[in-house]
Ligand binder design. Structure first.
Ligand SMILES: *Cc1c(COP(=O)(O)O)cnc(C)c1O
Length: 227
């Protein structure tokens, strides 16, 4: 798999846009991640804590690790010492645990609020009122080791472009509303994480700042060999 060529392809795709690439490395072995690193990749996304914890010590320390999958509260402690961004925050309870564990390591963990934008019932994520409830809570407002830097969403698994555009537009509108109401004086709140291998172009057209691309860089995932 010409990982370096594929990474360079995406660098070209993003030239002239404000967006950055998160290389989604789940299920791929450390040697493949090293190949991506050697080709210049520095933002890596994993969706499982166990896999992230196994790979991180094997790779260079300047990688920005993003957790992009659903995170159980009791697992935050395993990644709090090194994770750069947790993209999948979907409750105040989870945010409180991230705050607690980040404080133990005397660091600030960047977080994105994950929104439910897909038609499928099963995908995780907040509604706009749920997100506002978190942002208005005294518990959130007292946090000093969590920095909310934007929003994230996973669109419906479909090739219906109109539907995808609608869902990405929805996420951008959530971002804009939250930015205006809660982060007007905080330039760090700037990320809209949306778009994957099959739909990143539509996501970029709707304002994505972080595309999460796995299979288009690393090839198909072999879940049989995962972990
Ligand atoms: C696996 C995954 C991706 C990457 O998907 P590809 O279709 O392989 O690009 C992006 N986002 C999340 C949340 C994922 O779990």
């Amino acid at each position: 798999m010409p990982v370096a060529d594929n990474l360079h392809y995406f660098e070209n795709e993003l030239r002239g846009t404000p967006a950055r690439l998160v290389a989604v490395t789940k299920t791929h072995p450390v040697a493949v991640l090293q190949e991506a690193y050697d080709a210049g990749g520095r933002l890596f996304g994993e969706n499982k804590v166990q896999e992230l914890v196994a790979k991180q010590p094997e790779l260079p320390a300047d990688i920005e690790w993003h957790l992009i999958g659903h995170l159980q509260t009791n697992k935050v402690k395993y990644i709090a010492s090194f994770v750069h961004t947790i993209q999948s925050v979907d409750s105040l309870k989870l945010l409180q645990e991230i705050e607690k564990q980040a404080a133990k390591h005397n660091r600030v963990i960047q977080c994105l609020l994950q929104f439910h934008i897909a038609a499928e019932e099963t995908k995780f994520g907040l509604s706009l009122p749920e997100a506002e409830e978190i942002l208005q809570s005294p518990a959130y407002q007292a946090m000093r080791h969590v920095q909310l830097t934007g929003v994230m969403g996973v669109a419906t698994n479909t090739d219906d472009e109109q539907q995808l555009r609608h869902e990405f537009g929805l996420l951008r509108s959530y971002f804009e509303q939250l930015q205006a109401r809660y982060f007007a004086d905080q330039p760090a709140f700037k990320e809209i994480s949306m778009g994957m291998s099959s739909d990143y172009r539509l996501a970029l057209a709707e304002g994505s700042t972080l595309i999460r691309v796995g299979s288009a860089i690393f090839g198909a995932r072999n879940y049989g060999n995962a972990g």
